[in-house]
Design a protein around this ligand. Sequence first.
Ligand code: N7H
Length: 503
Amino acid sequence: MDIQDIQGNILAGFNKDFQNFLFLKIIQPQQTKKWLKELLPEISSLEEVLRFNNLFKSMRERLGGRDPQGLTSTWINVAFTYVGLEKLVPDESVHFTSEAFKDGMPRRSLGDRLNPEQWEYGGWNNYPDFVLIVASDNENFLQERVNTIKKMISENVGLRLIQEEVGRVLPDKPGHEHFGFKDGISQPGVRGRISDGDHDYLTPRLIDPDEKRSLSFSKPGELLIWPGEFVFGYPAQGARPHPDDDIQPLLKGPDMYINVPKWARNGSYLVFRRLRQDVKAFQDSLKQIKVQTGLSEDLIGAKLMGRWPSGAPIIRSPEHDQENIGKDAYESNHFSYNEVEPPIKMSKEVGGRVISGATNDRLGGICPFSAHIRKVNPRDMGTDLGSAEQTLLRRIIRRGIPFGRSFNEVPEEERGLLFISYQTSIERQFEFLQKTWANNKKNPPGSEGEDPIIGQNTSTDRSRTFVLEHKTLNLQEFVTMTGGGYFFQPSISAINEIITKHV
Ligand code: N7H
C-alpha cells in the first residue's frame, strides 16, 4: 500500500478525542488552489498516523491501559464534494460518474425526515465544496490549529466557512456514544502490506498462524477485506471462487477505477452525516417496552443494539452485560450468527491466549435479526443478496465521533453522532446499508422491522416496528439526519498534481 500517499484518517483512523470539521465554500477557485497548496505539507498521511497510533498503543500497554501523557499530535485531512471538484478542476471532475457522488446527498432519498432545506448545512443552498478534518489529542492544540486555519480562511477572499462541527469523545464515557453504548468495536480488517516485508501488514494479524481462521481474520471477528473496497487502485473484494481458496479479489486492472479517473488512486469516498440523537426518546421507549414485554430496560437496549453498553455482544452474553467482555478487544467481537464459533487461539506475539467460543443464533432468538449491528452486518448469514460472501462487498470503515454534551449533563441541548464512513462505492456500500437494509422491514431476511437505531420509515407518523417476545412494538424515531455531504478524499499526490496543479 502506498502509505505515504493515502490520507491518514481513511485506513488508520485519527481516533482523536478532539476533532473539528470545517465545511467550506469556494468563492474563487484560483485563490482556493493557492491556499490548498500551502496547506499540503500539513496533510497527514497513512504512514504518519499508523506510526503514531502504534507508538501510542505500545506506550498505553506499558502503562497498564493509561493514556501516555504528552504524546500528542494534531492532524489535518481534506475531502471534496463533486461541486467542489467541478469548481477547482472542471475538466477532471467529469470523470467521476458515480450517481450518488454527482447528485450530492440532498438529491438522494435515504428516507430522512427533514427536507434538505431544513438541514443545518448540506442542503441545496449550502452544500459544502470541501471539508477539513482537524484532529488532536489535546483540545488546546486543536483550538490553536483551528484558529490559525480560520484566520487564514478569513484573510483569503477565495473561501468562506459555512459550518464548523465540533466532535468530542464523551469525557464521562470515552468510546461510548450518546445512547450509552460503546462504539467503534467492529471494523473490517483491511488486507495489504505497508512495506516489502512479508508480514508487515496494514492490519496486524493477531491470530495464531496454525489456526485456519488466521487466513481470513486479522483478529477475532475482524474479517479481512481487500483494500479496493475502501481505497481506489487496489484489488477489491469478490466471491470465493473455490471452497478451498482464501477469498480472492474480484476486481483487477482498470476495473479498480470504476466510475472514477485514474488519479483517484489512493483516494476514498467519505460519507458525512450529522445524526441528531434523541436520548430522551430512546430512554422513554425502553421504559415503554419494559411495560409491554416485562423485560428489563438493559436487556431491551441490548436487543435493539445487539450489544450491551460495555460493548459485550448479546450473542456472547445473552442475559446481562459483562464489562470484562466489552473491554476485551478479542472477546468483544468473536461471534457469528450462522455457525457456532469455536474457541480461537491468539498468536504468541499477543500472548497466545485462547478466546472462548460463541454460540450461533440462526433464528434470531438471542440477537434479533433487526438489531442494529445484525442489520448492517449480518456476518456469516446468507441474505437477500445470496451467500454471506456478498455482504463483504457492503462493508464500510466507520470513523464517527459524538457531538454535543452528555444527556446527563445538559439534557436540553442538542447532541448526536458525526457519522463518517469510507468506501469506494457510496451506492453499493453506505447507501445500500441505509436504504436496503436499515430502512427495510424485511431485509436482511429474518428482519421483522427497520433498524431500531438508524432505520427510517417514510410514513406520516414515521413509526418503526420491532418485534420482541412475539409482540410487535412501535418505535418512535431516535436519530434524525441534520446535515452532511458526499465527499471524495483524494491522495496527497492528487491534491498536489491535479487539484492544485496550475497555481
Ligand atoms: Fe452504527 N450506536 O452507538 O448506537 N453502531 N450507529 N451505524 N454501525 C454500531 O460494533 C450507532 C450508523 C454500523 O460489524 C455499534 O463497533 C449510532 C449508520 C456498522 O457487527 C453501535 C448511530 C450506519 C456497525 C452503533 C449509528 C452504521 C455499527 C456497535 C447513529 C451505516 C458494525 C459497536 C446515530 C449506514 C456492525 C461496534 C458489525 C455498529 C451505534 C449509525 C453502521 C453502538 C448511535 C448510519 C456497519
